[in-house]
Design a protein around this ligand. Structure first.
Ligand SMILES: [Zn+2]
Length: 298
C-alpha cells in the first residue's frame, strides 16, 4: 500500500464581506448558515452605514457562528475618521467605532475593520501621531469595558487617505491590540500604475509583516481581496476578478510559502460576490496541493 500523504493544512479561511448574495433569506444568522453551506469559513459582517443590531440579534448571530463553525469579523461604518477636524465630528467618529466594536464583540466577532481616516492634506507623520493617540484612546475604553477585540485599520486604496502598509505596520508594532487589515486590492491600486502586483511584491509585504510583527501578524492575518480598477490617484472601484489584473494566484503562492494563517474576506460586486470568493479559495487550495488537478476526464 502506498503511503497516503495527509492533505496539507489549510491555514487561511475564506469568506465574503457582507452576507453572501446567494443567501436565501435576510438577516445575518441566515448568512452565517449559508456561508457554511457554501463551504466557506468566515463572514465579515458589513455594518458599513450604521450599527443597528440589537442584543437579541447579536445573541442569534453568535449562536449561529458557533453552530456552523463560522468565524466573524466586523466592517465598521465608513464614516470613521481618526483625524476628524472638529470636536463634534471626532466625537461622532469615536462613537461609531466604539459601537461597532461593542456590538460586534457581543455578536462573537474579534476583528473590527475600519477605514482609519483622511490626511486632510496634513503631513503624514503628523496624522500618524494623531491616529495613534486616538486608537490608543479607543482601545483603552474598550479594554476597560472588557470588550476583547483587535482593532484593524485597513490599508487604503486612495493616495489622499491615511493607511499605507508602512503606516499600519508601524501602528501595529507600537500599539498592542492593533493589527492591520491588509487589503491587497487597495495596495495594488494605491501604487497608481498597478506596479504593486505579483509574487515579489506580495512576498515582500508578508516579509515586512513577519519582520515587524512576527507571528502576531503573520499567523493572524486579516485580509481583503478583490479585483480592482484604479487611476494614478489609486482606487476607483472594485471589479470582478475576470476583468481585473491583480495576480491573485501569485498572492496565494506567497501566502502558502510563508505559511501565513488567518482570514481573506472577499469584496466583489454582484453577481460575482460569492463566485470570486470561491474562486480565490479554490486557487489557494490548488496552490497548497502543489498545483495538482484531479478529475475532469468525463
Ligand atoms: Zn474597507
Amino acid at each position: 500500500m502506498p503511503d497516503k500523504t495527509p492533505a496539507p493544512q489549510e491555514l487561511i479561511h475564506f469568506g465574503t464581506v457582507g452576507s453572501p448574495q446567494t443567501t436565501p433569506t435576510s438577516g445575518t444568522p441566515a448568512a452565517v448558515e449559508h456561508t457554511r453551506l457554501l463551504g466557506l469559513d468566515h463572514l465579515e459582517i458589513a455594518w458599513v452605514r450604521s450599527v443597528t443590531a440589537t442584543d437579541k440579534t447579536c445573541a442569534e448571530i453568535k449562536a449561529a457562528a458557533n453552530q456552523y463553525h463560522v468565524t466573524l469579523s466586523i466592517h465598521a461604518p465608513y464614516f470613521i475618521n481618526l483625524n476628524s477636524q472638529t470636536a463634534e465630528l471626532m466625537r461622532n467618529s469615536d462613537e461609531r467605532l466604539l459601537k461597532a466594536a461593542r456590538t460586534g464583540y457581543l455578536a462573537g466577532a474579534r476583528d473590527i475593520v475600519f477605514h482609519p481616516g483622511s490626511y486632510h492634506e496634513q503631513p503624514p507623520e503628523q496624522v500618524y501621531e494623531r491616529v495613534k493617540e486616538k486608537v490608543i484612546e479607543i482601545r483603552d475604553i474598550l479594554r476597560s469595558e472588557g470588550v476583547d477585540v483587535i482593532l484593524r485599520p485597513e490599508t487604503m486604496g486612495k493616495t489622499a487617505v491615511f493607511g499605507t502598509l508602512d503606516e499600519l505596520v508601524q501602528l501595529a508594532r507600537e500599539v498592542d491590540g492593533v493589527l492591520p487589515c491588509i487589503d491587497w486590492a487597495h495596495l495594488h491600486a494605491r501604487s497608481g500604475d498597478g506596479s504593486f502586483n505579483g509574487y515579489d511584491d506580495f512576498a515582500a509585504t508578508l516579509q515586512k509583516v513577519k519582520d515587524n510583527l512576527g507571528d502576531r501578524g503573520l499567523k493572524h492575518l486579516h485580509c481583503h481581496l478583490s479585483g480592482i480598477e484604479y487611476t494614478a490617484k489609486g482606487e476607483k472601484r472594485h471589479i470582478p476578478l475576470n476583468q481585473a489584473d491583480i495576480l491573485y494566484r501569485e498572492l496565494m503562492q506567497a501566502l502558502v510559502d510563508f505559511e501565513a494563517a488567518g482570514v481573506i474576506a472577499v469584496e466583489a460586486p454582484e453577481p460575482f460576490h460569492v463566485s470570486d470568493c470561491l474562486t480565490i479559495q479554490a486557487t489557494y487550495r490548488h496552490v497548497l496541493r502543489g498545483g495538482e488537478l484531479s478529475g475532469g476526464d468525463y
